[in-house]
Design a protein around this ligand. Structure first.
Ligand code: EPZ
Length: 420
């Protein structure tokens, strides 16, 4: 397994082009199963999770290619109906095929995804939402077995409680082929969910309320192959912004959507960063220690849970005591023990973490766990005094395209050591 070796401390200086959003690509890939033909998605980052989803679609009979950021998904012979455990267990987002397969093929067998690094991740809302459209769902030896009733899915009404990105995507993809009207309430309005709704609407779906918590869908319609250019990854942008807050320096991000990163910008400004914005560019600068802050993670447009670990790393060297409450995943703190190995002083009580800022972190060997926690450890290594080794970087490769090259391009002293 590859690892990163990082020599710190260094500042981050220079320009960085932000890539396409992983969490927008994955639902669009599933949406391609609602049509017969070749969907073309542009600005796609070459990530392990994208390559993995291509494998899942190929297992269903689709033909996929990703060349130069252009993803082509030919579903003309995609007759498969089953996503097997040995695939689904490796990536939760595999469950996105459930709604489209059920709606388009009439039946789907998808393995229940396992938990993840920070604990159980239920899928009840995916199942209850599909049942609201008439789906017959049985759990059978670790598999979700879903069938449509005679005559196909029927429009219905469903409210997501709590807000769920994945369940909103899955149920929306099924609803576009259901007969009659579907009303979905308390939907996620993350930009990635909105891009899926736009992509489906551009392909013929009849969806009102796109971008709002209430979606009204009329069906059935015929969905044409999707054509979309993926939005910028607000979490990749935020990760590098948090890196500047933590290590100091000045970075110009290009190709960023400043509206989508606004919740992150607000927090980093509170932490003392100077941030200027223009069109699709953002410049962030920071000198000295950040200022302590207090955040609670919430669904968009609140502060994103996918940025919690990265901002905690910045809080670790802040001047003062910071408080972070995980409002989405109460136990998403696998990065705490590893940050403590670097000298951070953090106390966790349930879903709340208290971070007592220290002058400087000290380099040490640490272990990557989930995607965002691992990114936080890499940022901490850039700012820490001495050598930090981050093991199991495949976690990072899932969601960041060659993060070491991007950081090195900004002055970090980081290299990938491939396992012999
Ligand atoms: C998506 O996961 C993202 N993944 C996650 O990003 C992100 O952390 C999460 O949304 C929250 O923003 C992708 O987009 C591929 P949820 P998802 O359903 O859809 C509860 C990353 O780093 N819930 O919005 O699985 C759940 O327990 C990943 O890129 C139910 O109770 O998250 C959580 O408390 C990590 N029942 C809350 O909803 C359900 O059926 C939000 O989860 C589903 C979810």
């Amino acid at each position: 397994m590859d690892r990163f070796v990082i020599e710190g401390p260094t500042r981050l200086e220079g320009d960085l082009a932000v890539g396409g959003a992983k969490n927008a690509v994955l639902p669009l890939m599933a949406g391609a199963l609602l049509s017969r033909g070749t969907s073309v998605i542009q600005n796609v980052p070459d990530l392990h999770d994208v390559r993995f989803f291509m494998t899942i679609l190929e297992g269903l009979g689709a033909r996929c290619s990703l060349v130069g950021g252009e993803l082509r998904l030919d579903t003309r012979e995609a007759e498969g109906r089953e996503a097997a455990y040995d695939l689904v267990r490796k990536m939760r987002a595999s469950i996105y095929v459930l709604g489209p397969l059920l709606a388009f093929q009439g039946e789907a067998r998808v393995s229940l995804p396992g938990g993840c690094a920070w604990g159980p991740r239920p899928v009840n809302l995916h199942l209850e939402g599909l049942q609201a459209l008439g789906a017959e769902i049985a759990l059978d030896r670790g598999y979700i077995h879903a069938r449509v009733p005679r005559g196909g899915l029927l429009g219905g009404r469903f409210r997501f409680e709590p807000v769920s990105v994945g369940a909103t995507c899955n149920v929306l993809m099924a609803a576009v082929l259901a007969r009659g009207e579907t009303i979905l309430e308390n939907c996620a309005v993350e930009p990635e969910v909105t891009q899926l709704a736009v992509g489906l609407r551009d392909a013929g779906a009849r969806i009102e309320g796109v971008g709002t918590p209430t979606l009204r869908v009329q069906g059935p319609v015929t969905i044409a192959p999707l054509r979309q250019t993926v939005i910028a990854d607000r979490i990749e942008a935020g990760t590098f912004m948090a890196g500047v807050a933590l290590a100091g320096g000045r970075v110009r991000l290009t190709g960023v959507d400043t509206v989508h990163v606004a919740p992150i910008t607000a927090v980093l400004r509170e932490m003392g960063c100077g941030i200027t914005e223009a069109a699709d560019e953002l410049v962030i600068a920071s000198e000295g220690r950040p200022v302590a802050t207090e955040i609670t993670t919430r669904p968009y447009p609140g502060f994103p849970t996918d940025m919690q670990a990265q901002v905690m790393a910045a809080c670790a060297v802040a001047d003062g005591t910071s408080f972070i409450c995980e409002g989405i995943y109460a136990d998403r703190f696998t990065h705490v023990a590893e940050l403590q190995r670097l000298g951070a002083e953090i106390r966790v009580d349930g879903a709340r973490a208290t971070i007592f800022g220290v002058e400087r972190l000290q380099g040490a060997p640490v272990m990557a766990s989930d995607l965002r926690a691992s990114a936080a450890l890499v940022l901490a290594g850039v700012a820490a005094e001495g050598t930090t080794t981050v093991n199991r970087v495949y976690h990072i490769d899932r969601g960041y395209e060659r993060i070491e090259d991007k950081l090195a391009g900004l002055g970090a002293r980081i290299r990938r050591v491939s396992a012999r």
